[in-house]
Design a protein around this ligand. Structure first.
Ligand code: ADP
Length: 430
């Protein structure tokens, strides 16, 4: 259903039969099997009626037995994995041959059994591709015309009947195919409408998140500023209790600010308005700057924060976004490493890329959680992470930003054995 025709009568003719899943064909197989058994049983009963007196019944019984055996082999002994359009196409061709034998045994083109061709043609028209349908139609019509020559009676009458039946076959195929195609197109259009609605709901939600985060960002920054100013200018006037409250308020406003930054980034990423300003940068000073912003947090936990590499490596990156990624990863390393631990940031050259590592000797991440780490709102839930505050957005944002800058992000971790997050950036050669 990938390339649906725009519309028009021919569109529905061409689109009919585009059923993708094996599962759907298996439903058709079940239906066909039930239908064929019913047709055999009712057919055998019907030929006992008076009109069946001049029929060669033993041959018809033999044909019914052959069809029964075929059905058992086809639907029960052939593995289900062969199910699909090709198997159904072969099935239809074989059934056309069986119908031709039945027609031949029951008064040829003058007999009632001709309507079986019409039944098969409905199934062909609904479930087969255009080419397969044309092949099946031509096959049936050629057998009907051949049968005209084999049927007793004047050839002219038989050929006229064959022409009439062939016309019937064509009409049924066109009619069934247009209807089936039209039904498929209607279904597809309805699905498209639902998809469009979901997309516009998503856009609206995104817009909403963007506006709210944007509006909240300004007062939050102001609150942060006031707190910092009280801390630096009037801290000696405060009681220890007031200082504690101030520190808590400061930590919470930091969290709120970080959450708003993440939400703003996400809504910009999702609405495609995130601007990345790539330039040639030396990594060492940027890493140094990111480390210095987390210095106090690390010190509070007695964690040593080390910048390992001394080599000058340059990369193509957006400086602010790069700092954001580093602050995120180093911030996490500090958050998820117990007191007295160590966080090391290193850079190395890897072919055309610069690879930046943030390694800690903290709590580590269980293997089953690792594949979800970069998903939106994902947090590892266990006893060790319970007490650590977070929103599960940092790594999602980091991954998006790294990829937007042409790099990749990954993790190596062992529970209890520390974690290393790494990401690459296209290297710039001075
Ligand atoms: P959060 O705000 O929860 O930290 P992130 O997206 O930054 O959100 O991280 C997702 C989850 O990955 C965290 O909740 C944490 O369980 C795990 N995690 C991230 N970094 C580390 C790390 N350095 N050590 C152990 N676990 C980590």
């Amino acid at each position: 259903m990938e390339n649906l025709p725009k519309g028009g009568i021919l569109g529905s003719f061409l689109v009919a039969g585009q059923i993708e899943s094996k599962d759907k064909y298996q439903r058709f197989e079940r239906l066909s099997e039930i239908f064929t058994w019913i047709a055999i049983v009712i057919g055998l009963i019907l030929i006992q009626l008076p009109f069946g007196q001049n029929l060669n019944k033993p041959t018809i019984y033999a044909l019914a037995a052959a069809v029964g055996a075929f059905i058992i082999v086809w639907y029960h002994l052939l593995p289900k994995r062969f199910s699909g359009q090709s198997k159904r196409f072969v099935y239809n061709l074989i059934t056309i041959v069986f119908v031709t034998i039945l027609v031949h045994l029951t008064n040829g083109v003058q007999g009632y059994a001709m309507f079986f061709y019409f039944l098969i043609m409905i199934s062909v028209a609904i479930t087969m591709s255009t080419v397969q349908t044309i092949v099946a139609v031509l096959f049936s019509i050629s057998l009907i015309i051949t049968e005209a020559y084999l049927t007793k009676g004047p050839l002219e009458t038989n050929l006229s009947l064959a022409a009439l039946h062939s016309w019937g076959v064509l009409l049924i195929v066109f009619f069934s195919r247009f209807n089936a195609g039209e039904a498929l197109l209607i279904k597809k259009r309805e699905e498209d409408i639902i998809l469009d609605k979901e997309k516009s709901m998503g856009r609206l939600k995104n817009e909403f998140v963007y506006i709210i985060s944007h509006e909240l960002k300004q007062p939050t920054t102001a609150i942060k500023g006031y707190i910092e100013s009280i801390k630096s200018k009037s801290s000696n006037l405060l009681t220890s209790e007031a200082k504690e409250v101030l520190n808590l308020t400061s930590a919470n406003s930091e969290r709120l600010d970080k959450l708003l930054d993440d939400l703003l980034d996400i809504s910009q990423i999702e609405r495609g308005s995130l601007r990345i300003n790539m330039m040639d940068v030396s990594l060492r000073p940027i890493i140094g700057e990111a480390i210095s912003t987390l210095f106090i947090e690390a010190k509070q936990k007695n964690i040593s924060l080390i910048q390992k590499s001394t080599e000058e490596i340059a990369a193509k990156a957006d400086v602010d976004r790069l700092k954001e990624i580093l602050t995120n990863l180093i911030g996490n390393a500090v958050k998820y490493t117990p007191e007295g631990g160590k966080v090391v940031v290193d850079v190395s050259k890897e072919g055309e890329f610069a690879k930046i590592y943030v390694a800690d000797n903290g709590i580590g991440i269980p293997e089953e959680n690792q594949k979800h780490l970069f998903e939106k709102f994902y947090r590892v839930e266990n006893d060790q992470t319970k007490a650590v505050k977070g929103n599960g957005l940092g790594l999602f944002v980091a991954k998006q930003l790294v990829e937007r800058m042409g790099g990749q992000i990954g993790v190596i971790s062992k529970p209890g054995g520390g974690t290393t997050f790494y990401f690459t950036l296209p290297r710039y050669r001075w």
